[in-house]
Design a protein around this ligand. Structure first.
Ligand code: NAD
Length: 467
């Protein structure tokens, strides 16, 4: 097998010409060779990855603008910087994560050595969505490389500029035996899913999540499913303008197309009316009188989703925004009041810049409302009362909880990122990501010279049975 000092092989031409099946077979050879296992190789790959991020920063920002109309600052903060943080974190902790750990063993087995080592799983498939097409494609890649795997990336066809860029630049920096990009739509993913992978990380909607899970089951392949859902916000008490800013920031970043964006608000008592009055002021503060002209407000991914979002505005009362321009893929930052649970906007994940505010009588009513619905990817509470926060933390099942803050938990590599129940299976980011793409392999080792196991061997005469 190749040594750790084996030169990184870059072969962009060869990779570009391969189809999905050939690429999967090619990477399987790479996995068999175990070239990706060595620590030096992993570090070299992570360093090359950082070079790629640095050199192609402007290209990545441009692709994100083309696909989603994101401002440079937003792309920098929510996409590039998060990937950069992940790779730095992985490099800093790799020694520690890879270190074999000794564990205690029962006295009866002594003398014995018992250890656990994180071993690479082998070949990993990452299926990425369009909403954060850089972050959600490259962050899993970092974790999988750190864990010593070969990785096949399938970016979303709905963010075509980013997909084409990643397909072009990745083979220029990362070893072609261990990392490859395959672009295309559902037909390509379907073809890939016929292959045996050692792990699949899928990010996207629930419908396709089920397809991926079923295909993986046929191959007995473990999965991480990063799905979505309706992330609730409980507003109980506190400074209303401050709350409105934190909710608006989480909601309107990327024009609401964020899996952990606040989906709807449950406001206790008079907080509903106060928040509804504060939101238009905050929207104006953030994006000016006409958000359409703001460089800081993004666009909807395609016309289909614009029409879907426009449909959600047909019920309830538009308190702010409500303007839709299909040709520009623009949906204004919108606040809806007089919404009831039966309205369409409360039946599906909104995934756009529309914020329904529902009023509830008590905190308990809000907890019941959330508990009666599928488990969300994140749940947020705004309150300065310890009892309310505790009741929320105890009473709500969600992939993550944010207290007086929305979406920020994603920026912390030490925090596992994943769902629970309907919002997903498994997690990644930081050490959790490294573990997701590793097997925790135990080893028990004992000297043959001194046989202390005689008591365990048959025949089990009366003396042994008495023990
Ligand atoms: P998408 O349409 O881009 O699909 C995701 C991937 O599935 C793509 O690579 C696509 O090619 C593939 N795909 C589509 N149809 C397929 C089929 N029939 N068979 C096989 N593969 C297929 O993304 P999406 O589903 O529109 O993403 C939005 C959803 O993702 C939202 O529900 C959102 O909440 C969720 N999401 C979750 C996270 C998370 O980290 N948990 C992050 C972002 C988005």
């Amino acid at each position: 097998p190749p040594t750790p000092t084996d030169r990184v092989r870059l072969d962009p031409g060869a990779v570009a010409e391969r189809g999905a099946t050939e690429t999967a077979e090619h990477l399987r050879q790479g996995a068999h060779s175990r070239v990706a296992h060595a620590k030096r190789f992993r570090v070299a790959q992570l360093e090359a990855f950082e070079r790629m991020l640095r050199i192609h920063r402007a290209d990545l920002l441009q692709a994100l603008e083309d696909d989603l109309g994101k401002s440079q600052l937003e792309s920098q903060v929510t996409e590039l910087q998060m990937v950069q943080n992940e790779v730095e974190h992985a490099r800093r902790h790799l020694d520690d994560w890879m270190r074999t750990r000794a564990v205690a063993s029962p006295f009866a087995l002594a003398p014995v050595s018992t250890t656990v080592t994180a071993r690479p799983l082998g070949m990993v498939l990452v299926i990425a969505p369009w909403n954060y097409p850089v972050n959600l494609t490259l962050t899993p890649l970092v974790d999988a490389i750190a864990a010593g795997n070969t990785v096949l990336l399938k970016p979303s066809e709905l963010a075509p500029a980013t997909a084409a860029l990643l397909e072009r630049i990745i083979p220029q920096y990362l070893d072609h035996r261990t990392v490859a990009v395959v672009t295309g739509g559902p037909e390509v993913t379907t073809e890939l899913l016929r292959h045996k992978f050692d792990h699949i990380l899928y990010t996207g909607g629930e419908r396709v999540g089920r397809i991926v899970y079923e295909a993986a089951a046929k191959q007995l392949t473990p999965v991480t499913l990063e799905l979505g859902g309706k992330c609730p916000v409980l507003v109980a008490d506190g400074d209303v303008m401050g709350i409105a800013r934190r909710i608006a920031h989480g909601k309107f970043t990327n024009a609401g197309q964020t899996c952990v964006a606040p989906d709807y608000v449950l406001a206790v008592g008079s907080m509903g009316a106060k928040l509804a009055a504060a939101m238009p002021k905050v929207i104006r503060e953030f994006y000016g009188a006409d958000p359409r002209t703001s460089r800081d407000f993004g666009r909807i991914i395609n016309a289909h989703h614009v029409r879907r979002l426009a449909g959600l505005l047909e019920e309830g009362h538009v308190t702010a925004g409500g303007i839709v321009n299909e040709a520009e893929r623009y949906v204004a930052p919108t606040v809806l009041t007089q919404v009831v649970p039966e309205h369409s906007v409360m039946q599906e994940e909104i995934f756009g810049p529309i914020l329904p505010i529902l009023q509830v009588a008590t905190v308990d009513d809000a907890l019941r409302f959330i508990g009666d619905r599928p488990d969300p990817l994140a749940a947020y509470v705004f309150s300065e009362r310890g009892g309310v926060v505790k009741a929320f933390e105890e009473g709500v099942r969600a992939g993550a909880v944010g207290v007086n803050a929305t979406i920020l938990h994603l920026a912390v590599p030490e925090l596992p990122f994943g769902g629970v129940g309907a919002s997903g299976i498994g997690a990644y980011h930081g050490k959790t990501g490294f573990d997701t793409f590793s097997q925790q392999r135990p080893t028990l080792s004992k000297s043959i010279r001194l046989d202390t196991l005689r008591m365990l061997y048959p025949p089990y005469g009366a003396a042994k049975s008495a023990v």
